[in-house]
Write a protein that binds this ligand. Structure first.
Ligand SMILES: Cc1ncc(COP(=O)(O)O)c(C=O)c1O
Length: 464
């Protein structure tokens, strides 16, 4: 039998008012939350749910962390906002701490408000420094929703639908994703010798204007399917960037700090990017993001292409102080190591689900960022969007909120989650998967939940 949700009149009223006045994507049921503590988030009826995506992957310390709450209180009394033409101790200290954790000479930070903005700064830096134009990105990559960031985004759905000429022309989504589970060139790692990248270089030759300023990639491609590159891929991509006289930009929005078991996910690889962007987890949920590069690149582009980037809010005292505290705690409590250790345990609990349920084609990820790839058929690996949505919906019944976009179901809890809580979560997910396999709920519509999932013509679901 279908389980039904029972919401209070107040909850239903808020859901209806939300639908009437807020223009947004909403999952079903469109829960209204009003509290959070640790790994739990609580709706207006007082129901607790495990927050399996730490908000939008921002709350690495969980909700209402007592030390962050104290910093928030203290800073609110001191200074919240100031003119962008001056600085403040917290932005300076935060920038210093960030750069102290990065390898090489990545020592200059340009703050932004969103991850999209941070990537746009990175693209400006590449263009201004190299005096070239094209930005080359990876198929299945996501770099944000502002128009230039959207241009280099190529995750399916309706992201670019109707935007036509608003997409910057000097971009090529020319690099094939190193997606070993569904290899774009039908080869098998490691015998392939990273054939996808060889073909990508060919594509760059034909698809760009040959004036390549930068190559942008996520260190691990999360929204496009948790594509964890094989160890050679990023070092070789850096070589391609150098061969083309361009800069390598690595987007760590989904990954830093610590989620994958290293503070920066690219540290899993023998690669040194020219520019790194950060967002989400580095922000503690207060919208402070940014771009880090070398002093040489910063000086080469200073005063050009609108750089250094400013605006009304980047590097404001309030978010800087909170994000600084957030990163200090991540380092002090060794949360990257914790993510590595707990991630292995989580994986040991998730892998058997693949054996138990035919619909789980693959489990991929690193550290405390794992993803279930939901398929119709294990041999063809054909994605099963409807099953993904069924699982997500049933998980809510089991007290677990998470994100499933199309066939990709994310497991990205706050890094403070305990082993016992992880066990509990996996048990609840197992129940949710079983109910989905049993065919519940009967009617589902996944197109309303996200621009990544939406496809205008549902007879032709977005291609995989
Ligand atoms: C990898 C990646 N880069 C950039 C962004 C854009 O960040 P924001 O939504 O803060 O603009 C996102 C957002 O989901 C992302 O996943």
């Amino acid at each position: 039998m279908d389980k039904t949700f029972k919401f209070s009149n107040r909850h239903v009223d808020l859901m209806q008012r939300d639908a009437k006045t807020l223009f947004g994507w909403r999952y079903d049921p469109p829960l209204i939350f009003e509290r959070g503590r640790g790994v739990f988030i609580t709706d207006v009826d007082g129901n607790d749910y495990y927050d399996l995506t730490a908000g939008m992957m921002c709350m690495v310390l969980g909700h209402s962390h007592p030390e962050l709450t104290e910093t928030i209180r203290e800073q609110a009394e001191l200074l919240v906002h100031e003119s962008s033409w001056y600085s403040n101790p917290w932005a300076i200290e935060f920038a210093e701490l960030i750069t102290s954790t990065l390898p090489g000479n990545l020592k200059m930070v340009n703050f932004a408000v969103t991850g999209s903005e941070a990537n746009e700064i990175a693209m400006r830096m590449a263009v201004a420094t190299t005096r070239k134009h094209d930005i080359v990105s990876v198929l299945r990559g996501l770099h944000g929703g502002s128009l230039a960031a959207e241009s280099v985004t190529s995750v399916g759905g309706e992201r670019k639908g109707g935007l036509g000429p608003f997409m910057i022309p000097a971009r090529s989504n020319a690099i094939l994703a190193p997606f070993c589970y569904r290899c774009p060139v039908n080869l098998t790692y490691p015998g392939c010798d990273i054939g996808c990248l060889k073909l990508s270089e060919d594509m760059m030759e034909h698809m760009t204007s040959k004036s390549v300023a930068g190559i942008i990639a996520e260190s691990i491609l999360v929204p496009g399917g948790m594509i964890v590159p094989p160890e050679e891929w990023l070092p070789r991509l850096k070589q391609v960037a150098e061969d083309w006289g361009s800069l390598l930009i690595l987007d760590e929005a989904q990954l830093a700090p610590g989620r994958t078991g290293k503070l920066w996910a690219f540290e899993h690889y023998d690669v040194l990017p020219d520019i790194v962007t950060f967002a989400k987890g580095m922000s503690a949920g207060l919208a402070i993001c940014g771009t880090v590069t070398t002093p040489e690149i910063a000086e080469a582009c200073r005063g050009d292409a609108g750089l250094p980037w400013s605006g009304t809010y980047p590097g404001d005292p309030f978010p800087s102080a909170v994000a600084l505290k957030n990163l200090q705690i991540v380092l002090r409590d060794r949360l990257a190591e914790r993510a590595d250790e707990l991630g292995r345990k989580l994986r040991a609990r998730l892998d058997p689900l693949k054996e138990k349920f035919d619909c789980i084609g693959d489990v991929r990820g690193k550290g405390l960022y794992q993803m279930l790839d939901i398929v119709q058929d294990r041999k063809t690996k054909k994605p099963d969007y409807a099953m993904g949505e069924r699982i997500r919906y049933n998980a809510v019944h089991e007290g677990v909120v998470t994100i499933c976009v199309k066939n990709y179901m994310r497991i990205a809890p706050p890094l403070i989650i305990t082993e016992a809580e992880l066990d509990d979560v996996v048990g609840r997910l197992e129940t949710a998967i079983q109910r989905a396999v049993d065919g519940y709920p009967k009617d589902i519509d996944f197109t309303k939940s996200s621009s990544l999932a939406a496809s205008r013509d549902m007879r032709r679901p977005a291609a995989e």
